[in-house]
Design a binder for this molecule. Structure first.
Ligand code: SAM
Length: 247
């Protein structure tokens, strides 16, 4: 049931999504919506603007939420976050160390999957940490712990399943990640450039079974004239390097 002030997802007739708080009026391209009409109704309901155009109302899931939340630095896209799960087998009850938190996109993705496991996030920029904290609080996650701390100075947590690094010099964390991980746990480095990836691999080689990959996602479109790959796609996000602590 929809309650006052919660985040709702509106989808217009062209499929465009809007994540807003359910309260007062919403001015869209198609006219004004009176959101108070929705309170007490079930998700999946429809609402009309004053001009008669319809919107569907859904509860945002964590992917909708990441897509629509406020973002500052570049985020790790859900397609890449999904590969982290596919490689590491992270699941309910796993524990994670992450740096840096940025806007909290990867944090929200992982925190949803590992709950009630915990995610400990290191971040040097207080302004980014505050944005991430707000995003995490809005999504009502209570298994995320943010520290304003430079991860290059060390990792305090032990018995960790994954150390996830989205920072400029992940190679500086290789030794501390090794100490922090349980046997069978993974270190992960997200690096936009080949040079960063190679520097990380070189340092991590002696501790971890290393492999690097990237996730190239090609979406298809279906029209009257036929079905084919979309003309535009994201060419590159980052290299995904994983290492497993096995000895
Ligand atoms: C690209 S952003 C991370 C985005 C995040 N993975 C997401 O999906 O939203 C990189 C973050 O790392 C932080 N950072 C850089 N060096 C760091 C360090 N040594 N320790 C902790 N955080 C660091 C930056 O301030 C920035 O917020």
């Amino acid at each position: 049931m929809i309650t006052e002030g919660e985040n709702i997802l509106l989808i217009d007739k062209k499929g465009k999504k809007y994540m807003i708080k359910c309260k007062g009026k919403f001015h869209s391209h198609y006219g004004i919506l009176d959101l108070d009409e929705l309170i007490g109704k079930d998700y999946g309901t429809k609402i009309k603007t004053h001009k008669g155009d319809e919107f569907v109302v859904l509860k945002p899931n964590f992917i909708d939420y990441i897509e629509k939340m406020r973002k500052m630095p570049q985020i790790i896209q859900p397609k890449d976050a999904a590969v982290i799960l596919a490689v590491t087998g992270l699941s309910r009850g796993s524990n994670v160390v992450e740096a840096g938190i940025g806007s909290g996109a990867l944090t929200i993705f992982l925190a949803n999957v590992i709950y009630p496991g915990k995610i400990y996030c290191y971040e040097v920029r207080e302004d980014f940490a505050r944005i991430a904290e707000k995003n995490i609080r809005e999504f009502k996650l209570n298994n995320v712990f943010i520290k304003i701390k430079d991860i290059y100075e060390g990792i305090e947590e032990e018995d960790i399943d994954l150390v996830a690094l989205d920072i400029p010099e992940p190679e500086k964390v290789v030794k501390d990640a090794y100490e922090s991980l349980k046997y069978g746990g993974f270190v992960f480095a997200y690096t936009p450039s080949l040079e960063q990836m190679l520097r990380f691999r070189e340092k991590a080689e002696k501790y971890f079974q290393i492999k690097t990959m990237e996730c190239i996602l090609r979406e298809y479109e279906s029209r009257k004239l036929g079905t084919r790959p979309k003309t535009l796609m994201i060419g590159h996000t980052g290299f995904l390097t994983f290492g497993r602590k096995i000895f």
